[in-house]
Design a protein around this ligand. Structure first.
Ligand SMILES: [Zn+2]
Length: 223
């Protein structure tokens, strides 16, 4: 019987966080709460939060924490979160982690496990440098592991594929450093509570998923 599978997933772009989030959501049947998606939806449907968030995004500013936190609190209170949730993209700073603990307590939905997808630069580099994307439909390819059928052309829509200008070794190093600087205090915070499991995400999708699935099933047994 599954209960309270309240999960936070963390990992830098290229760690496979999107893929693992989808697997967790489909296998355990819990909602995937991504702050990025939440903002896009709220803005599109012009909710009160959406209108507020949009005014910051339009000015090129980050949405203030109090708005994000209010949105997440609202989301956690919905019925589909009562057996668990998968939080992605938040909290990513220490003040956010502390504020989240407060709303998790108020809503009685505390985080039970933090999955940290660890990936070495050596494994991340080919994933990013060989990445090609279709700006038309959003499809992502890899010239080595997942090439398109025709060189430089999207299989799905026939548009030209692009290599993002910051998908370089230098660009990647900057992104990884920024990610670590922000998220290390968050990980330490949850580590003190004994909630963090580290998963070596430099391996194949199947291997990573088996480890995550086992950790979540073990957690479930102890609930
Ligand atoms: Zn396409």
């Amino acid at each position: 019987m599954m209960s309270n599978l309240n999960i936070l997933i963390m990992g830098v772009a290229g760690s496979g966080k999107g893929t693992m989030s989808k697997y967790i959501k489909d296998y355990f049947g819990i909602p995937h709460i991504s702050t990025g998606d939440m903002f896009r939806k709220a803005i599109a449907s012009k909710t009160e939060f959406g209108v507020k968030a949009e005014s910051y995004i339009n000015q090129g500013l980050l949405v203030p924490d109090d708005i994000t936190i209010a949105m997440i609190k609202n989301r956690l209170l919905q019925d589909d979160c009562q057996n668990g949730y998968l939080l992605d993209g938040f909290p990513r700073t220490l003040p956010q982690a502390k504020a989240f603990e407060d709303i998790a307590e108020e809503t009685n939905r505390p985080i039970k496990i933090v999955i940290d997808l660890e990936v070495e630069m050596s494994a991340l580099t080919p994933r990013i440098i060989n990445r090609r994307l279709c700006k038309n439909c959003g499809a992502i390819y890899n010239t080595v592991t997942l090439p398109s059928k025709a060189d430089g052309i999207c299989d799905l829509c026939g548009h030209q594929l692009v290599h993002r200008s910051d998908d370089t070794f230098e660009g990647l190093k900057v992104r990884v450093n920024e990610h670590q600087k922000l998220t290390n205090p968050v990980l330490e915070y949850f580590q003190k509570e004994g909630l963090v499991i580290k998963v070596d995400a430099g391996r194949s999708v199947e291997e990573v998923w088996l480890d995550i699935k086992k950790a979540l099933e073990d957690l479930d047994d102890h609930n």
